[in-house]
Write a protein that binds this ligand. Structure first.
Ligand SMILES: Nc1ncnc2c1ncn2[C@@H]1O[C@H](COP(=O)(O)OP(=O)(O)O)[C@@H](O)[C@H]1O
Ligand SMILES: [Mg+2]
Length: 277
């Protein structure tokens, strides 16, 4: 081993012990029209590299706000969010976001939608097309490359939005109720597609995912851990680990093991705040 190899190995070792995302006593206040809204009271918690973590909590409690902090779209009023040990100070190239709203570009084909982020990053056309085609195949959208979003179902459009994020090959994927506009059956099948795309035996090859949802079964089925938030101003009430093996399969969705974890999450949603216990 050369000296440089040794330094690199030490850096890798250090990084592997640093959590990917670290919420360190984060609080957020919004000031608008002379009124101050306390959105996040205090959240602390760490997400390991390659983990799939869901965030559930009542509507308006601050879930999107937390993702905005990680995305670097907003700064906390107190505390720090760190990625790889560094305070987030703005949007980062290694982070991709999928929103609830249909965010496909309606004038572009499926292929050009999936390749859009790569185009913005000025990846050469041949490479962009190859990467986009690979993702399109994994999403089961082969044959639809030239279709416009208006010619697709809602579930297919959301797969295109997921594809755009995966094509960028980010280390970190932030998903804000990405299946919120889909019916139950469709959201389950898009969830399966997402897990297939995300899963790798090798933890280093898995993207870290922060996934906001209010579907507790979906949260448990997809995740390694579910973070349960209180009503606004939000606090982390509890973190529920999901002891189901991977890869997840459809029969697990209705298994007693999964149902038991779902109940734990739903009970936690009714918990009083830490200071009231
Ligand atoms: N830009 C903003 N200005 C003022 N208040 C905001 C702003 N964004 C969000 N809020 C308020 O902060 C709280 C949390 O919002 P949000 O993070 O969007 O909740 P969630 O995603 O959990 O539904 C809500 O009460 C919301 O009204
Ligand atoms: Mg939201």
């Amino acid at each position: 081993m050369t000296a440089i190899d040794m330094v690199r190995a030490a850096q890798r070792e250090e990084l592997s012990q640093t959590p990917h995302i670290d919420f360190d006593a984060v609080a957020v206040m919004y000031d608008s029209r002379g009124r101050t809204t306390e959105a996040v009271r205090e959240v602390s918690g760490q997400v390991p590299r390659g983990a799939f973590v869901s965030i559930v909590g009542p509507s308006g409690c601050g879930k999107t706000t937390l993702l905005d902090l990680v995305a670097g779209l907003r700064a906390p009023s107190r505390g720090t969010v760190r990625i790889d040990g560094e305070a987030v100070s703005g949007p980062r190239k290694d982070t991709a976001i999928v929103f609830q709203e249909d965010s496909t570009l309606h004038w572009r084909s499926v292929l050009d939608n999936v390749a859009f982020g790569l185009e913005v990053r000025q990846v050469p056309r041949s490479e962009r097309t190859a990467r986009a085609r690979h993702v399109i195949e994994a999403l089961g959208l082969t044959g639809f490359e030239k279709h416009k979003p208006s010619e697709l179902s809602g579930g297919m459009r959301q797969r295109v939005a997921i594809g755009r994020a995966f094509a960028l090959d980010p280390r970190l994927l932030l998903m804000d109720e990405p299946f919120g506009a889909l019916d139950q059956l469709t959201r389950r099948s898009v969830g399966d597609v997402l897990l297939d795309l995300w899963w790798s035996e090798e933890p280093d090859e898995r993207k870290t995912v922060l996934f906001v949802t209010h579907d507790t079964t979906e949260a448990v089925f997809l995740s390694d851990e579910v973070w349960v938030l209180s009503a606004r101003p939000c606090e982390l009430l509890t973190r529920v680990p999901v002891p189901l093996s991977r890869p997840r399969t459809k029969p697990m969705m209705t298994s007693p093991e999964l149902q038991q974890v779902v109940r734990q999450v739903e009970d936690a949603l009714d918990l009083p705040r830490p200071e009231d216990r």
